[in-house]
Design a protein around this ligand. Structure first.
Ligand SMILES: [Fe+2]
Ligand SMILES: [Fe+2]
Length: 308
């Protein structure tokens, strides 16, 4: 690892807003948070849950490429610095390995009927996730469970073939809002992408399904609501243009040039949404965001293909 530099010293009075929002080191970058004085709390969006870590003077914490984190609390006395390190062994345009584990390390459960699906959902502990596979449409049961789940149960539908249904089901340890859900969805998309680039045909299919659904949620639900409350039409057009380019390059991932373009664009697009666009949407929509959440999260994959 090669140290690239160290930030200035941050404290409560001059903490940049971006460090309070979810953000992540780039693909081949590690960050090291070094506490100089006082006490602070760091939240990280791990695969299964949001973890909170309290750090005090002289503590350090490494933050891996792609791990979304933020400063959750900063004491009056707290001071810290950030070191940036480059990992020269991994390519800047590689999918971020920390996110691939979302699918690679999720347990899998095959369910044969509604009762066994129900049992799997009920046995899922907070902070756990599972890939559920079934020969029937699991959507109605999962949506009903999500409606009863207090906003902590959510799914990322992966497949809805004639007899091959699959979804990643997550029971979070606290309520998942719309913006946090979409950030998690980015991570699941990138995890499927990592599998697709390994040549795994099923992951390739999941990637197309996930991306089609995610873009549908943004284009049909999120962006119109955002424009309705004064969202920037120029930004919105730019994001839609990027979606068009993502859809086009997705069809040519076996071509090295298109693949590289797709990886770089997806990474930058997701980062821009998470750091700038989603917080703006949330700030403008306020409580109205909650009304969109069940429609967005409840969306299945099979529906999306009809809409293109
Ligand atoms: Fe987008
Ligand atoms: Fe997005």
């Amino acid at each position: 690892m090669r140290k690239l530099g160290r930030s200035r010293r941050y404290s409560l009075s001059d903490l940049p807003e971006r460090l309070r929002r979810w953000h992540a080191p780039r693909a081949n970058r590690w960050e090291r948070l070094c506490v100089i004085a006082g006490r602070l709390a760091v939240e990280a969006l791990e695969a299964d849950a949001i973890t909170v870590q309290i750090l005090i003077a002289a503590d350090t914490r490494w933050i891996a490429p792609g791990l979304r984190w933020r400063i959750a609390e900063l004491g009056e006395e707290a001071q810290f610095e950030l070191e940036i390190h480059a990992d020269d062994a991994s390519s800047a345009s590689a999918p971020q390995s920390v996110r691939a584990v979302l699918l690679d390390e999720a347990g899998s459960a095959q369910v044969d009927d509604v009762q066994s699906l129900d049992a799997v959902l009920r046995s899922l502990e907070p902070g756990h996730r599972r890939i559920v596979r079934a020969g029937f449409d699991i959507g109605p049961v999962v949506r009903a469970a999500m409606a009863d789940g207090g906003g902590m149960l959510c799914w990322h539908p992966l497949d809805a073939g004639p007899d091959a249904h699959a979804a990643l089901i997550v029971r979070a340890s606290r309520t998942v809002g719309l913006v946090e859900y979409l950030g998690r969805d980015h991570a699941v998309i990138e995890a499927a992408l990592a599998g697709a680039l390994r040549g795994d045909a099923e992951r390739g299919r999941w990637l197309r399904n996930l991306l089609a659904r995610h873009l549908w949620i943004e284009e049909e639900l999120l962006f119109p609501a955002w424009l309705g409350v004064g969202g920037n039409p120029g930004w919105e057009r730019g994001l839609r243009n990027e979606h068009t380019r993502l859809r086009r390059d997705l069809e040519h991932l076996d071509d090295a040039v298109a693949r590289r373009r797709f990886l770089l664009l997806l990474d930058g697009h997701d980062e821009k949404e998470e750091q700038i666009v989603y917080p703006d949407i949330l700030a403008r929509l306020g409580d109205a965001a909650a009304a969109l959440t069940p429609r967005a999260i409840g969306r299945g994959v099979a529906q999306d293909h009809a809409g293109g």
